[in-house]
Write a protein that binds this ligand. Structure first.
Ligand SMILES: NC(=O)c1ccc[n+]([C@@H]2O[C@H](COP(=O)([O-])OP(=O)(O)OC[C@H]3O[C@@H](n4cnc5c(N)ncnc54)[C@H](OP(=O)(O)O)[C@@H]3O)[C@@H](O)[C@H]2O)c1
Length: 255
């Protein structure tokens, strides 16, 4: 069964891998045998993640990437291709969150969130697919959506809207790229403690939120490992356009 989820011989690129879930995903993919391009803007953090992966016997390279800049995205794929080979697994993980009421969201804040979470994921997926198609080699794109792509919460409108866009983008790209043997699926995590939400989860509102999760706890990064490996590997060979919630039952909670 281990073979089923193996990524041996694959080159994976994880965006936003300088910390949080992205750093964890990079480690998981490396443990499954992939050579991993650890990509984000903060080069020092990226280098630390690469060292950690290499120290545990994995293969990884550091890649400087800003997903809001298409030239930076193309450059990141160039560097990865030169050093490791064609990228056949992409984890579109880079993401940011804003905390304003809808009425107070400035145009620049809207642009920042949408450009990173939605347009950024689009540009990365398009760059990856163009290269795979040119090489006549298929692959797997895993978009990191969120349960907030399905339900809403206060003070998070641009984020929730961007993640709903990621859900629909996953289906649209799956439809068009099946013919090239490129599968496009998404994970929709519930709340997992990272820098993106640490302060919020410590607050009263955070404690209240945890009580609404059927499993009564927030997720741990490891809770996503099984679904990530499923979607990244050939184990999901007949899945494309699927969105898998991993949320302790949050989406089915009626509260
Ligand atoms: N944590 C959760 O509860 C949760 C739940 C559902 C979905 N998610 C999603 O999971 C993903 C990771 O979130 P996280 O919780 O791990 O957040 P995090 O700890 O804040 O990490 C976000 C990552 O995105 C990178 N990033 C931000 N802007 C970028 C840009 N323009 N170009 C490249 N990288 C960029 C950051 O790296 P640099 O600053 O170094 O570039 C950082 O590594 C996000 O898409 C988030 O929406 C998280």
């Amino acid at each position: 069964m281990r073979e089923l989820f193996s990524l041996a011989g694959q080159v994976a690129l994880v965006t936003g891998a300088s910390g949080g879930l992205g750093a964890h995903f990079a480690q998981v993919l490396a443990t499954a045998g992939a050579t991993v391009a650890v990509a984000a803007r903060r080069d020092d953090r990226v280098a630390a993640v690469v060292s950690e992966i290499v120290s545990t016997g994995g293969r990884a390279l550091a890649v400087s990437l800003d997903v809001t800049n298409p030239e930076s995205v193309a450059g990141a794929f160039d560097v990865t291709e030169q050093d490791a080979g064609l990228v056949t697994v992409v984890v579109n993980n880079a993401g940011i969150v804003g905390g304003e009421r809808a009425l107070d969201v400035s145009e620049s804040e809207w642009d920042r969130v949408i450009d990173t979470n939605l347009k950024g994921a689009w540009v990365v997926a398009q760059e990856a697919a163009r290269r795979m198609i040119a090489a006549n080699i298929g692959g797997s794109i895993v978009n990191i959506a969120s349960i907030l792509g399905f339900r809403v919460s206060g003070r998070i409108a641009p984020y929730a809207i961007s993640k709903a866009g990621v859900v629909q983008m996953t289906k649209a790209l799956a439809l068009e790229w099946s013919r090239y043997n490129i599968r496009v699926n998404a994970l929709a995590p519930g709340y997992v403690e990272t820098d993106i939400n640490r302060e919020f989860l410590k607050s009263d509102a955070g404690a209240k939120l945890i009580r609404r999760i059927p499993q009564r706890r927030i997720g741990r990064p490891e809770d996503l490992d099984g679904s990530l490996l499923l979607l990244a590997s050939d184990a999901s060979g007949y899945m494309t356009g699927s969105i898998i919630p991993v949320d302790g039952g949050h989406l089915v909670s009626s509260l």
